[in-house]
Design a protein around this ligand. Sequence first.
Ligand code: ATP
Length: 339
Amino acid sequence: MAIMGPSGCGKSTLLDALAGRLSSNARQTGDILINGRKQRLAYGTSAYVTQDDTLITTLTVKEAVYYSAQLQLPDSMSMAEKKERAEMTIREMGLQDAMNTRIGGWGSKGISGGQKRRVSICIEILTHPKLLFLDEPTSGLDSAASYYVMSRIARLDQKDGNRRTVISSIHQPSSDVFQLFDSLCLLCAGKVVYFGPASEANEFFTLNGFPCPTLQNPSDHFLKTINKDFERDLEQGVEDAFTAEAAINTLTKAYQSSDNYQQVKRLATEICKKNCGTLEERSRSSFGTQCLVLTRRSFVNMYRDLGYYWLRVAIYVLLALGLATLFNNLGSSYNSIQV
Ligand SMILES: Nc1ncnc2c1ncn2[C@@H]1O[C@H](COP(=O)(O)OP(=O)(O)OP(=O)(O)O)[C@@H](O)[C@H]1O
């Protein structure tokens, strides 16, 4: 899934929120559910490629990826297997020629910015995580490199036949890269302008009065339509000044009354019903609807709790009877002693 939108619209913040990386003092509302449940991800299930590359500048590309492989991959893998995985990932990211070059930093020039980006991706995809977050993975890459990197990320599924979820923010996907996305989440100032199949976004814009001009990359057109940061009247005349604002309002409203929106809500509710195990009242679900989920396991829990209750009552009754018998016996012995 691609998260797109003008700079500053909240793409990284949304990724951070989904990955549970927002700082503790950030105010956050709504629920983040994994397969319909509120749960923590097990270690190694997810990985996050941040916007800034945090790499050890004195290591070479090979060393950085090898060390990561040794630290992250399970003990069940032999050293040779770990090395092979590291080398294969380096090749997949097109870094074979830079393998023995230092990463470098302020003091010493090393690999390029785009190569650093690919090393960061290498380190995170080594473990083939089930859930992968990427914050602008293609920044600093030329269009061909962007395509190869994104297509290899999209092909991670084919490694072991397991399906994976990849959520990536991206600024300027070429039309080739755009075709790799299954879903698109288009944001503007924190609001969802469109969320649904990437292949249907063009039709959504056309139906709402913003058709993509012929021979223009659809993703460029979407971003141009919803960018209100720049005064267009300087370039296009005063009558166009509020076009972006009006377009955002039209599209946001159209999305909320669209079939896609209803479908997303239905799907989320279905996933919740299928997978939620406990009686939970969600004051507000992710999509702002009231949702009370009562499932088979909730009933099981309820019966179990009732069982515990009656067991406790029975123990108290037995204790009371025991004490009463004891006092009764003590009373009779006292009476017989007196006699
Ligand atoms: N839902 C939100 N509510 C309030 N503030 C938000 C929200 N989303 C983002 N912000 C704020 O907006 C600013 C920009 O957010 P963020 O860095 O996520 O944007 P971005 O789309 O990733 O930008 P860029 O593409 O330039 O990296 C940040 O200060 C962030 O705290």
